[in-house]
Design a protein around this ligand. Structure first.
Ligand code: SAH
Length: 243
């Protein structure tokens, strides 16, 4: 099954862009995912191909028109989640990426200028997604981030079958530190345990390091991880409230 991505954008020529290279590019060439970038401007109805208007009530910038956005959205066959990139959307997580990657694909609406006329969110079933608390000039790079994260999880895209399960966020923890050759570099050596060949010890060390890194670098993740680990006798997860 091919993971089908449709992008609705004012800049379809930005795609595949970086997704045409390396892992994602190879997978695209092999048909493991497909890409259809459509220009929102093609759905404009006046002779100037207008897609935006000035903000009602005044203010700077331009707002994307709901009628044009709806025409673009309605041109895509249903059956796949419809996402819009917005700074106010739900922050993208590895869990959401994984569920999307298990599905048939995505349609992603990319904003520009001041963003979208609010009515589009009431009129169509749209999931708003943010890639972080900062403002981009458009949704395209956000869409690429989301797609890149999904594509690497598609069957057969990453080398080893288990590759990825150990990585940061997959377990709710950051990854343990990694090392490679040379054994000694600028007077620093690789932790001895990693050369011991003792898989139980290595795995215990990695778990310990993952927990330490998470606790120190991302107390927010650590708290969630610890919260999820504490189970009540009934097996129900204890929430922060009753912790
Ligand atoms: N006026 C808007 C920002 C518009 S930025 C506001 O203050 O919220 C233009 C477009 O870039 C947005 O419509 C959105 O599609 C995209 N964008 C900007 N920042 C983003 C982010 N952090 N995550 C996802 N999309 C973003």
């Amino acid at each position: 099954m091919t993971f089908a991505a449709t992008i609705l954008t004012l800049y379809p020529e930005m795609f595949p862009g970086p997704l045409g290279l390396s892992l994602a590019g190879r997978a695209l060439g092999e048909g493991k995912w497909s890409l259809d970038a459509r220009n929102i401007r093609d759905f404009a109805t006046d002779k100037h191909s207008t897609v935006d208007g000035t903000p009602a009530g005044g203010g700077a910038g331009m707002v994307l028109r709901p009628d044009i956005l709806a025409a673009a959205i309605d041109s895509v066959s249903a059956g796949r989640p419809l996402l819009a990139m917005t700074p106010r959307g739900a922050p993208l997580t590895q869990a959401r990426v994984r569920r999307l990657a298990e599905g048939p694909g995505v349609t992603i609406l990319c904003g520009r200028f001041e963003g979208f006329d609010e009515r589009i969110f009431a009129a169509r079933e749209i999931e708003e997604v943010s890639i972080g608390d900062y403002i981009l000039s458009g949704g395209e790079m956000g869409a690429m981030v989301l797609l890149d994260a999904c594509i690497r999880l598609l069957p057969g895209v990453m080398g080893a079958a288990h590759s990825g399960v150990d990585e940061s966020f997959e377990t709710g923890l950051l990854e343990y530190p990694q090392y490679t050759r040379p054994y000694e570099w600028e007077g620093r050596t690789i932790p001895e345990v990693l050369r011991s060949g003792d898989h139980a010890r290595i795995s215990a060390w990695r778990k310990h390091m993952a927990e330490t890194e998470t606790r120190l670098r991302r107390p927010d993740l650590w708290e969630r991880h610890e919260g999820a680990r504490v189970q009540s006798p009934s097996g129900a997860r204890r929430t922060k409230k009753d912790a």
